[in-house]
Structure formats: C-alpha cells, structure tokens
Ligand binder design. Structure first.
Ligand code: NOJ
Ligand code: CA
Length: 571
C-alpha cells in the first residue's frame, strides 16, 4: 500500500520537492498549546489536520532551538536541543511522526552563518585569550588605530549599526579585538574557513536527519563565505531600507567559495533514504547567480526573492518569471515562488495602494480591501507558476501586516538597533487567530499572546472563514486542491500568451508531452475589468474573486475579468 508520503510524491513520479507547496510556520506565533502566550511544538502538532485540509505538502518550521531570542530564534545557543519555551526533543519526534502519518514533510531551519553569543563556542571565546583555538571559530580581528578602538573595516549590520563589536571578555577585560556580526551583536559570525566549523554543522545536519527531518531551510545561505581581505564597502551607493541585507555586491554575500559548503551538504543529504532536501535562503544579485546554488550537486532549491520584490507590477513579475525559469532550466532545477515570510511586510498589505502611490515599505495607511484583493490574485497566479511554492502562516487567512504594535511589545532587533526609526518585522509575526471573539482568538487556551492581536482579527480567524466559499481560506483550499490534481501545474513547461491585454499576464501550462488538459493561468493587475481573448475559453477552474463573468461578444463568448483578479482556465 502506498504510504501517505507517496500520495503527494508528485505527478509523474518526480521527487516531491520539485513542485511541493511548503507552508512556513513561525513557531512562536502559530499555536500555543500550554497557554503561556508563546507558540510551541505541541501547538503545531495539534493543528496538523488543519494543514492537511489546507492542502500543503510540507512544513518548514522556523528555528525552535535553544535561544536567548534576541532575533526570534535565529540566534541559536544549542543546535541539538529545543528551547524549553517551545518544547522538547520528544515533541519534535512526535511532531515528525504525526506529520509523516498525514503525508506532510517537515523541514527545519538551520542557522550556519552565526551562532548566538550564548552558544558554548562563543562562551569559550570570552573566557579565554587570543591564542585559544576557540577564537578561530569566529571572525575576530584586531581593531584599527593605535588603541585598536576602530573596527577592522566599515561593514554594517543588516539590522543597522556597526557590523563589528569590540570583544569584551567575561571578566570585563576590553580586548584589542573585534568580532564580526552581520546581524545583531548577539549573533557573532562563524568562520567557515575553519574545518572544525564545517565538521560541526555537518554533524548537526546528521543529528536532525537521523531523527527523520526531511530537509533544511538554510538561513543566510549566501553569506557563509566572506572575502578574506575583508575590504571596505561602498554603502553610499546603496539604497537605505529597513533591512540592509539586499546589498547584492557586498564582499560578504554570494562569494564563490560558499558553493563548496553546499556540495558537502548535498552529499550528506543524499546519504539518506529517502534523500533529504536543502533549500537556501539565498539572496543573489541575479537569477543567474541564484541558479548556481541549484546545480545538481548543491542545494535542491532556493527562495526566489526577486519575484517577491517584483511586487504588484505586471512587467516586473513577467521579467522575473522569465529570468527565473530560464536560469533554473539551465541547471535542471525547479523554480520556487514566495510572496510572504516572517521577514517582510505581509503581501496583503504590501500590495495595497497608498495615498501617495508609493510602495509600502513601512507603517503607512493603506487601502486594505484592495490590498487583499490583489494578494488573493497574486497567490492564485503564483500557484499556477512552474515549480514549488512557499506560503507563510496566516496568508491563507488574508492577514494584514500589523503596524500599530505598542513599542513595549516589539522584539525585533531592527527596532532596537535603529532606536525605533525602523519598526522591523514584528508586524508579520503576530499570533494566528484560530477562533472566537476575544484575544488570543484560539491561539492558546488563555488570552496571552506574545504580540497583541488586533480586535478585528476575530473576523479573520480560521473558524470565521471555514465553509464560507468566498473567504480567503476557502480560496486557498480550492486552489491547492486543484493544483495537486492538475498534471499541467507544478513543475513543467509554460508559455506566455502574448495576445493578452495590457496589464494582464497570461500563460499556458501543459504537460511535457501535452497529453493532459492544459491550464491557462491569467492575472489582471489593472484597476479595470479586462476582456480576455475568446480563445482563452470561459471554463474557470479556480478564481481569486467573484468578479469573473462569461460574456458574449462578436466572436463568441469570452471572459470578463475584474480588476485585480486571477483565474485558472481549462485550456
Ligand atoms: C534571515 C532570517 O529569515 C531572519 O529572520 C533572521 O533575522 C536573519 N536571517 C538572521 O539570522
Ligand atoms: Ca506555549
């Protein structure tokens, strides 16, 4: 008998990850089983049936390791244990078993660019002297100037402020040395030229693979190798944004040496049966550079942030799709698509019109209704693209970004390091509303939630949307169910339909030998109703909204597609 995992092992016998829909769980904000206001592993286990009904293939769970939580768990103090606030190793085992029983894969998050300063390794540094071998696990250099009171170079932290901090020992001695931290000063960067570092992370991968984890999402996958000369950066040439990470040409991103690490990791993943998978959080300067990470002996997939950044702009979406598909084809890897995650403003808000027409990059008043309509359309369109897709918890409920969190609730290091100038990423991490009319809206058994939820979220809860055909949740469910059973969707060929009206993107999806019904994937990004060519047909399989109608015209019936609406049509 086929195991539940084979059921979604995909169309035409391809490996599951090539067109999977992966659902990202930010564990502290998903479901709180014990009522302390912090989401936990038991909470996730208790909601697995919801994910099965939603129709996703795999979960990627953001870090749940032991952590002082200076960066929401991306500051790991022990890579082989679970933070007691989130659960235990036994809870992980139970979660994996229960997920697998339901046909869901489990992807964990590994953070190899930096450890927490509370990690044993960094504690060894601050309790020793420069000749200790422990120092060579991190990027520690003598400071500049006669007193060594200047950092070794001008690199900045992605979270703003200096990228180096002076190394102060546990006994209070201020040393002549500085340690690099591309993120918070509690996240020292490790030195990947040190074989001990490589061996340790290889062993951590095996530790979790042995427990049955199906794969890893790799944090800052493009950042592990640094230019050994540590040259200064030209920051003046860069746009200033909330997150400074998108400095494509930095001497600490996308260095060629990083690929040797993933070749080693791929060998480890391939030792397992079934092989484990690797997905990079890879910010690369071009689709061409990105695809290098997906060469057959490296990572299976990477996030495609260029598409996320294309926003609500048909031309940018189209060129991003073209470049992504072309460069991935060249290395034989499936493209991936993503619109939201725990680091960016939720796409229901990001796509919303603003009073001055500028893109949403921080707190601003938006037209939330139009934002949601666009987000739904963008999702239906994305789910029709070739390859695999990442969804972020709560987007299936149409959750907006929460801009008005009280200062005292905020936790993002970006908020602290900019002294509130940038609000940071807490607004997309507000706990999920499951049911009920009062906070925590079923997030936990009590009212506690580590970030406060807006009162209006009662209407967005899972319970308020289940069974309501026009709800965002039911739209996601329909689209995911349909995608799973359409042989022409997921990985496979696509071709643009170039006769589509201005602001409309239309593509044809078909099976390689064209032996199955085709699907047309169409989005209208304009503010007007658009009339599609009659040869697209009117057989709507999935729609993002209700504003879709077959109308008669001179050359027969055609489809009138409302503003910000996407459909799949039977071709
Ligand atoms: C990327 C993660 O997604 C983000 O949340 C984190 O702050 C940084 N990497 C640093 O680990
Ligand atoms: Ca809890």
């Amino acid at each position: 008998m086929a195991s539940p995992l084979d059921v979604c092992a995909y169309r035409r016998g391809r490996p599951w990850w090539r067109d999977a829909v992966v659902y990202q769980i930010y564990p502290r904000s998903f479901a709180d089983a014990n009522g302390d206001g912090i989401g936990d592993l038991d909470g996730i286990s208790s909601r697995l049936d919801y994910l099965v009904e939603l129709g996703v293939d795999a979960l990627w769970i953001s870090p749940f390791y032991v952590s002082p939580l200076h960066d929401g768990g991306y500051d790991v103090a022990d890579y082989r244990d679970v933070d007691p606030r989130i659960g235990t190793l036994a809870d992980v085992d139970a979660l994996i078993a229960e997920a697998h029983r339901r046909g869901l894969r489990v992807i964990m998050d590994i953070v190899p660019n930096h450890t927490s300063s509370e990690h044993r390794w960094f504690q060894e540094v601050v309790n020793s002297s420069p000749d200790s071998p422990s120092w060579s696990r991190y990027i520690i250099r003598e400071g500049k100037g006669a007193d060594h009171d200047q950092p070794p170079n001008n690199w900045r932290s992605v979270f703003h402020g200096p990228g180096w901090s002076r190394l102060v020992l546990a006994d209070g001695t201020v040393t002549d040395y500085w340690y690099l931290h591309l993120f918070d000063d509690t996240q020292p960067d490790v030195d990947w030229t040190n074989p001990e570092v490589r061996a340790e992370f290889a062993s951590v991968l095996r530790f979790w693979f042995d427990r049955g984890v199906d794969g890893f999402r790799i944090d800052v996958a493009h950042g592990l190798a640094k230019d050994p000369e540590l040259p200064d950066m030209d920051y003046d040439a860069m746009p200033q944004t909330e997150i400074l990470g998108v400095a494509p040409e930095a001497p600490y991103w996308d260095q060629d040496e990083v690929h040797t690490i993933y070749r080693e990791w791929r060998k480890i993943a391939d030792e397992y049966d079934p092989p484990r998978i690797l997905c990079g959080e890879t910010w690369a300067p071009s689709a061409e550079r990105l695809a290098l990470y997906q060469r057959p002996d490296e990572l299976h997939t990477s996030f495609n942030f260029d598409y996320l950044a294309a926003g609500w702009d048909a031309e940018r979406m189209r060129s991003s799709i073209d470049e992504t598909v072309d460069h991935h084809l060249a290395v034989g890897a499936p493209p991936t698509w993503v619109l939201s995650n725990h680091d960016v403003i939720r796409h229901a808000t990001r796509f919303a019109p603003t009073p001055d027409g500028r893109p949403v990059t921080g707190p601003v008043e938006v037209d939330a209704e139009v934002g949601l309509t666009r987000a739904r359309a963008a999702t239906v369109f994305m789910l029709g693209l070739p390859g695999s897709v990442y969804l972020y918890q709560g987007e299936e409920l149409g959750l907006p970004e929460v801009f008005d969190l009280p200062s005292e609730a905020r936790q993002d290091p970006v908020w602290f390091r900019t002294k509130g100038e940038y609000t940071g990423r807490d607004g997309c991490r507000v706990p999920i509303p499951w049911s009920g009319t009062q906070p925590s809206f079923g997030f936990g058994p009590r009212e506690a939630s580590w970030l406060p939820q807006p009162a209006a979220w009662a209407d967005l809860s899972v319970a308020s949307q289940v069974g309501i055909a026009e709800s965002t949740l039911e739209m996601y469910r329909r689209a995911l169910a349909q995608r799973r059973q359409e042989p022409a969707l997921g990985e496979g060929p696509m071709a643009w339909l170039d006769d589509s009206p201005e602001g409309v993107l239309a593509l044809r999806r078909f099976t390689p030998d064209n032996d199955q019904p085709e699907v047309l994937v169409v989005i209208n990004t304009t503010e007007e109703t658009t009339h599609l060519p009659s040869d697209y047909g009117t057989d709507v399989v999935v729609a993002s909204g209700l504003d879709v109608a077959a109308v008669s015209g001179a050359d027969g019936e055609h489809l009138a597609l409302g503003p910000a609406t996407a459909v799949w049509l039977r071709g």
